[in-house]
Structure formats: structure tokens, C-alpha cells
Design a binder for this molecule. Structure first.
Ligand SMILES: NC(=O)c1ccc[n+]([C@@H]2O[C@H](COP(=O)([O-])OP(=O)(O)OC[C@H]3O[C@@H](n4cnc5c(N)ncnc54)[C@H](O)[C@@H]3O)[C@@H](O)[C@H]2O)c1
Length: 407
């Protein structure tokens, strides 16, 4: 079968897909780009050429570039940002690894730098104040921009700083973790934590561009790579069962950091996210499906103390609990739940939650932003590949799952 010319907008999202053919017919055991034939995905360009998708939000649409060596291509950013002062926000781990590359790429154009302490426990108002101080010192006005170089923590803090500094300045996201490349850098959600809960202080603020350099994943610790896979698996579970099948087969390659497999997983994840964000930018409807496992997961993260469980690990535990609740409601069968546990475990993710206690779990889940009228709304699975957000479930099912999983 000839390779379909892969230019043109995705019919579902309007996103530009330059390198992939028809993704519907992907056959689960194949790694893309290797085979041709009916129903098999074909990659037209070599994997190290950047792939560009677009988030379709009218006049606030922006590109996501995915590929190797992209931190050395400032043109991708310059095309999308104003030409005034630039502040790079990064952290003490990422700065020595990737800041020199970025500095060299920008050459004569000076980058001001703000290097934050590393860790979820620093995703606070106090750290945010450090970013504001740097913005003031660098004289970043509305003609300037922020570059967020790092994982989801840096991206969320820098994003919130950009959303609020002078009522909003431009930002580009340069995600360096798998989690940030498939999820947090895309879609414009920004936040810092409050002692009362995670991400409670935040804003929607879309970036001007997302540039995901695959080279940065080379230095990512294995545990962080696995945590990112939790969010990748999420896309399969909530709306892309073909991708779930592909992930099950490709997991060894993903864990071995096979470039082609990672590039495909990132692009497919971003396509799924782009579709939901374009449908529902401010999360009043289907975008909330992206929170599968998060209500349970946030409770576990908060109960254990931020930093004990990685965000992706907590999401994996929460995903198991969502699947178990869905089974108690008669929506998933035992084999489906076993499949959810198996794919998460195959990514090296935890599937047995810590015993934080039912009362504490309730207390923390009640702080979730999805609580409406005193009822915790949950993302549950009607089937594998079909999720719903609902407060209309039998509370006994939730009780039983909490007792079994965290009691
Ligand atoms: N805004 C959103 O839509 C959204 C979505 C999902 C998650 N999040 C947030 O994202 C955060 C989690 O993000 P994360 O998993 O990227 O964690 P993170 O930002 O803490 O990064 C994980 C660790 O990897 C290090 N690191 C980053 N890039 C590296 C690299 N290339 N090489 C070596 N080390 C590197 C970091 O310094 C950190 O120690 C959470 O705060 C979560 O709430 C936000």
C-alpha cells in the first residue's frame, strides 16, 4: 500500500500532521515506521525530523514541535514569541544539562535566567515570587517572554508566572520530561500548590509554542520515564483503545528508550490531548477526562507528602482505583481491570496504593476541583477506551474500593 501523503489537517482536531498517515488502522504489535500494509501506520519522514502538530484554539492556536535537536533551533521559538527580553525559567537539575545548549543556540540574543530549586515541594507561592523577581530584574514586559525549560513543575510555575506577570506575558514551553512532553506542557493549565491541596492556585494561559526535544529524554532517570508513561497510558484508556493495544506491545521498546517508539507515543499522546483541549479549553466538559486517576492520585500525593510519590506514580495508583470503581459499577469486567493493572505494571508503575486510610482519602478527595454540590465527580471508565466524568455513581462502590485499596 503506498504511503498516504501525510500533510494536511487531522479531521478530528484540525491539527497539522506532517509525518503520520492514517492512525486509525494502527495494528497493535507493530512499531510505527517499520512495516507497510493494510491498516499499518506509515511514517513518511525520518524520526529525527521534527513533527509539528497544532493546538486549534482560533487566534490562540499554537504549534507543538516534537523531534531531536530542537533546543538548538531557536527559530521555532522566535517565530512564535515577541522580540523583547526573554527569561528562561528552569531548575538546578535541568540548568547544567540543557541551559548551555539553549544559550548557545540564541547566540547574541541574551537570555536572562531564573534557576529554581528542584522538586514538587517547591511548587509554591514562595518559589513563584522568585520568578517574579527575575521577571522584574530582566525587565520582561508585554514585549518579552518566558521560556519554561524543564519538567511539569517548572512548566506549571513558569506558566502561572507568565499568566499573571503584567496580567499576562507570552511563554513557550520546552518540556524535558516525558510527562511534560505528553501532557503538562500542552493545554495551558498552570498552577502552584497550596498547603490545602495540589494546583489550587492557578490560571489557564496558553503557550505560544511547545518545543519537545527528544534528546532531553536521554538524561531522564528511569523512574521519571516510567511516571510519564502513566499519562501516556491514560490517553489509551480514556479514548484511544488502539493506542492502548500498541502500548501493550511497545512497552519494552519504550522502557528501552527506543527513539521511534517514544516519538510515536509522544505524538499520539499530544494528538489526543490536542483534540480534547480544542473541544474544551477551560475544562467545563470533555477535557476533564484527562484527569483519569487524578482525584485518587492527588489524595495519595498529598497524604504521603509531596515528593514521596511521583505525580505519574500517584496517577497510576489512581487509575487502578478508577478502574476498580468502574468494575464495581458493572462497567468494566474483571479482565478489563486486570488489563489496566497489567499495562501499568508492565511500565514499572506501582499498582498497590499506600494505606492512607478511608477517612483521610475522603477528606483529601473532597478538596478536588471537580467537587460539585458536595459530591466528588470522578473520571470513570465505561469501557476501555471510553471514559466519563460523573458524580452520579453509587457511593457504596467508591466506599468499597477505598476500603479495599487504601483502608
Ligand atoms: N499543567 C498540566 O496540564 C499538568 C498536567 C500533568 C501534570 N502536571 C504537573 O506536572 C508536575 C509533574 O511533572 P514532571 O513529572 O515532569 O516532574 P518534575 O518537573 O518534577 O520533573 C521530574 C524530575 O526530573 C528532573 N528532570 C527534568 N528534566 C530532566 C531531564 N531531561 N534529565 C534529567 N532530569 C530531568 C526534574 O528536575 C525533576 O527532578 C506535577 O506538578 C503535576 O501537577 C501539570
Amino acid at each position: 500500500m503506498p504511503a498516504r501523503p501525510a500533510a494536511g489537517p487531522d479531521p478530528a482536531t484540525g491539527a497539522e500532521a506532517r509525518h503520520f498517515g492514517d492512525v486509525r488502522g494502527i495494528s497493535p504489535p507493530s512499531v510505527p515506521g517499520r512495516e507497510t500494509g493494510p491498516g499499518v501506520l506509515v511514517i513518511v519522514a525520518p524520526v529525527n525530523a521534527p513533527t509539528s502538530l497544532s493546538i486549534d484554539l482560533g487566534d490562540r492556536s499554537y504549534p507543538i514541535h516534537i523531534g531531536a535537536g530542537l533546543l538548538a533551533q531557536p527559530a521555532l521559538l522566535e517565530a512564535a514569541l515577541p522580540h523583547g527580553p526573554l527569561l528562561v525559567v528552569t531548575n538546578t537539575t535541568v540548568a547544567p544539562l540543557y541551559l548551555p545548549r539553549l544559550r548557545a543556540a540564541f547566540g547574541a540574543r541574551r537570555l536572562a535566567e531564573c534557576v529554581l530549586p528542584d522538586g514538587e515541594r517547591y511548587k509554591t507561592l514562595a518559589t513563584l515570587a522568585q520568578v517574579y523577581d527575575s521577571l522584574a530584574a530582566a525587565r520582561v514586559n508585554r514585549d518579552g517572554a518566558v521560556l519554561a525549560l524543564g519538567g511539569g513543575v517548572v512548566g506549571d510555575i513558569a506558566g502561572f508566572a507568565a499568566a499573571t506577570w503584567q496580567r499576562g506575558v507570552a511563554i513557550a514551553q520546552l518540556p524535558t520530561t516525558l510527562l511534560a512532553q505528553v501532557d503538562s506542557s500542552v493545554g495551558g493549565k498552570t498552577a502552584v500548590n497550596h498547603p490545602a491541596g495540589k494546583n489550587l492556585i492557578g490560571a489557564f494561559h496558553q503557550p505560544g509554542a511547545v518545543v519537545a526535544d527528544l534528546d532531553t529524554l536521554d538524561t531522564l532517570p528511569d523512574r521519571e520515564l516510567r511516571a510519564g508513561l502513566a499519562e501516556v497510558i491514560k490517553y489509551g484508556l480514556i479514548g484511544d483503545v488502539e493506542f492502548l493495544g500498541w502500548l501493550e506491545a511497545a512497552m519494552p521498546k519504550l522502557l528501552a528508550r527506543d527513539r521511534e517508539a517514544l516519538a510515536f507515543a509522544i505524538e499520539r499522546s499530544c494528538r489526543n490531548k490536542a483534540r480534547l483541549v480544542a473541544l474544551d479549553e477551560r475544562e467545563s466538559g470533555p477535557r476533564a477526562l484527562l484527569n483519569l486517576g487524578h482525584t485518587f492520585g492527588h489524595a495519595i500525593e498529598a497524604a504521603a507528602g509531596y515528593g514521596e510519590w511521583l505525580h505519574g506514580e500517584a496517577v497510576a495508583l489512581g487509575t487502578v482505583m478508577a478502574a476498580e470503581t468502574s468494575a464495581r459499577l458493572g462497567w468494566l469486567g474483571a479482565a478489563d481491570v486486570a488489563r489496566v493493572r497489567r499495562v501499568l505494571a508492565s511500565a514499572g508503575l506501582p499498582v498497590a496504593a499506600p494505606r492512607i486510610g478511608v477517612a483521610r482519602a475522603h477528606e483529601l478527595m473532597a478538596l478536588d476541583k471537580k467537587v460539585q454540590g458536595g459530591r466528588v465527580r470522578l473520571v470513570l471508565l465505561k469501557s476501555l477506551g471510553e471514559a466519563v466524568v460523573t458524580g452520579d455513581y453509587d457511593p457504596a462502590a467508591l466506599e468499597a474500593v477505598l476500603a479495599a485499596e487504601v483502608g
